[in-house]
Design a protein around this ligand. Sequence first.
Ligand code: PGA
Length: 249
Amino acid sequence: MRNKIVAGNWKMNNDANKTEALLEKLKKHNFNNDVKVMVSPSFTNLQKSVINLSDSKIEVIAQNMNESEKGAYTGEVSPSMIKSIGVSRVIIGHSERRAYYNENDQVLKKKINNALKNQIEIIFCFGEQISDRRSRKEFEIVKNQLSNTLLKIKESDWSNIILAYEPIWAIGTGENATAEQAQEMHFFVRNWLKSNFGTKISEMVPILYGGSVKPDNASEIFSQPDVDGGLIGGASLIIDDFIEIINSF
Ligand code: PGA
């Protein structure tokens, strides 16, 4: 039985006060024990959020991490910095990092390896552009994104990886993939896992969907057999919507 997961991707939103206010509301809620809830505040709010949520089951995760261990990389954050404040999971490969910060498959592969080597678990994002889908290349694109970054992963590392299918055309656009489109791609990804790493791993790895998940579409998307939860952007900033999405399982 795979974990059900709902992770809020807060991106570059919420100052210290707003972050605290959102967490206060969130932690008052009694969520279904079957669902693992995660939030990813900005780096400036990360440590305070860990302290704030220390008596809660909600996990605080980081939005990014550098591909190197340490050194002269002004403005960057290393795995040991993240770990030293009690965070042990990071989002890697988000389409905004790929698009605005030139994070290509080579860089992402280094980030993945750096995280795993430092016992940091990852949520790895991938997904196609609208032009890829229009030219029916979505499966090829996704397969390449996965193969270029994850093909050499050790079997034992898969228990530390969550995958997140995030079609770029659905992120922040209000246009979500239909439940059928999500299931079709998640099934494809599960088969990619099966053919490269075997049935056990393919059945173990959670695959999240991300892209305009809202209270009114979450339960249909989450009810698909290969969708194990969601990575939620915009709607996770509105705490009542986020709670409704978490309760959609
Ligand atoms: P969205 O973002 O829910 O606002 O579409 C999802 C994401 O970027 O992870």
